[in-house]
Design a protein around this ligand. Structure first.
Ligand code: URA
Length: 212
């Protein structure tokens, strides 16, 4: 993994291999979704690397010992609708006790401001660590708006996890929230005039859900 300025690019060969397969235009909905699950699992491994553990007493078949466990229930995956939901299955398979929140935002066509239409989080957010998930960090506006809203709940920590980022999106999010680490599998060349990441992988929501 390479990291600077709170930007962590997960360069592990398995992650890069699966991302390349997902980018291919001929990947079917089925294989895109399966690869996204696998990639989300592998990325969760890096994103949760500094998760706190606590010591508990257990007994092996041979003797008693003190061993480390995580408190998965303290973790919240906050999905930015709708494409963020494509990441949930993979991350929950490695942290099954985690809670899940959803944030729905749309861009007002006149003002281009992100407007919230849905927001549902678990209770007691002050005790929780949040990992915001969205496959594409494109303009960065919805990620920044989602994190603005989550910060109102005063969680212990917030991280942002995506598959692909545009340099413009990284800059916007880092300017708005320099304290939030970004985890991605790649930072692509640029954002197109239509807000697509180039070379990218197309519309993540359409490819996950088979809509078009
Ligand atoms: N959202 C997508 O799904 N794809 C992009 O390239 C940019 C934003």
């Amino acid at each position: 993994m390479s990291a600077n300025n709170n930007l962590h690019v997960i360069t592990h060969p398995l992650v890069q291999h699966k991302l390349t397969l997902m980018r291919k235009k001929e990947a079917s909905t089925n294989s895109f979704r399966r690869l996204l699950n696998e990639l989300s699992m592998l990325m969760a491994y890096e994103v949760t690397r500094d998760m706190p553990t606590q010591a508990i007493e257990i007994e092996t078949p041979l003797e008693k010992m003190t061993a480390q466990v995580i408190d998965g229930k303290k973790l919240v995956f906050a999905s930015i609708l709708r494409a963020g939901n494509g990441i949930l299955e993979g991350v929950l398979s490695v942290v099954p006790g985690a809670r899940v929140g959803h944030i729905g935002l749309y861009r007002d066509p006149k003002t281009l401001v992100a407007v919230e239409y849905y927001f549902k989080m678990p209770s007691e957010m002050e005790e929780r660590d949040i990992i915001v998930v969205d496959p594409m960090l494109a303009t960065g506006n919805s990620a920044a708006a989602a994190i603005d809203r989550l910060k109102e709940l005063k969680p212990k920590s917030i991280k942002f996890m995506c598959l692909l980022a545009a340099p413009e999106g990284v800059a916007t999010l880092q300017k708005a929230h320099p304290d939030v680490p970004i985890y991605t599998a790649a930072v692509d060349r640029e954002l197109s005039d239509h807000g697509y990441i180039l070379p990218g992988l197309g519309d993540a929501g359409d490819r996950i859900f088979g809509t078009k």
